[in-house]
Design a protein around this ligand. Sequence first.
Ligand code: GTP
Ligand code: ZN
Length: 354
Amino acid sequence: MEYNHLSPLGWNTYFENQITQDERELIVGKVSIENKTNYQVLAAGETYIAEATGRLFYMAETDAELPKVGDWVLMMEIDKGKAVIQKVLQRQSVISRKVPGKKLEEQIIATNIDKLFIVQGLDSNFNLARLERYLALAQNVEPIIVLNKADLCPHPEDIVRQVKERIKNVEIVVAAALQNQVSTLHPYIKAGSTIAIVGSSGVGKSTIINSLIGRPFMATGEVRELDSKGRHTTTSRHLMLLESGGVLIDTPGMRELQLWGDQYSLSTSFEDIEALSEHCKFKNCTHTDEKGCAITQALDEGSVDEAHWINYVKMIKELAYLETRQDVSAMLERKNKWKKIHKEQRELYKRRNI
Ligand SMILES: Nc1nc2c(ncn2[C@@H]2O[C@H](COP(=O)(O)OP(=O)(O)OP(=O)(O)O)[C@@H](O)[C@H]2O)c(=O)[nH]1
Ligand SMILES: [Zn+2]
């Protein structure tokens, strides 16, 4: 395989099969930082500062189609260390949320992820409902719950038990990153696999990364040095290749995590409830006050936790709203876009006189 050298970064045949004969001359790279106006891209033995072509911007119907951290891109070198991104290869997985605020748009957190470390502190930050919400991000990736700051909790095993009672079939590890106790994470970090780290602000994501790589990760400095214009750019996601193998993606702490997806995103956190709902009398049961609802019956019997159910109903409502509105916004976007294209085409024809 002529792209063998890319496998430590997670390259595989899924991506290779997308490259046409004509595109074989282009440089393949992985987006490691997204800046305001450009990207840092890792390729064979070289780090590039790259911009997306105007065509790529023009063709993108939404921001989500533009290069994001974790993406495999095809580039053309224009100068030493500088390149232009021509194409984003189709993603194997996407972690995204709804943009904060009222807008109904997707915000991509990272792409082409194999595993997701969902971090929570074992201090006052610990919150089961929030864990259930973060698990909805893990589509097509393996989630691992990381309970950090074990040093601040007298009995971490009690919390682990609590999580296990509510969330089935998800691995849970305990860490104390400030004390460099992160060895519980090592088994998940393998050569060629990409892991994103998510969690609210202050749970210790950066401390975990620093402890894993054994030195402080000076992201801002590196970016300033690499930015061709020497500008101070605020970056929010960083992809790094570990010396021991494996790729880590750090993400900014999130204040609110609004969902972007469909009902299937709930199947990890609410596997038990979804299984029960098959026995509801009505197909469109909302599991609130219908007769013959298997879930409310289980609640009455005490076999389903009430807080777990309340969170399920809340999240399912949020997704249902999105599903009805998503179509509308997608349609509007497409419409505006086509209007723009038709207008430009007409102008082009006019200039060419055809
Ligand atoms: N006691 C204790 N404190 C920790 C631990 N891990 C991180 N901290 C502290 O928690 C605070 C936040 O840690 P960060 O690593 O900056 O958290 P973060 O998740 O990267 O935060 P954002 O960058 O805002 O998303 C810092 O003061 C850390 O020293 C831990 O295991 N135990
Ligand atoms: Zn029901």
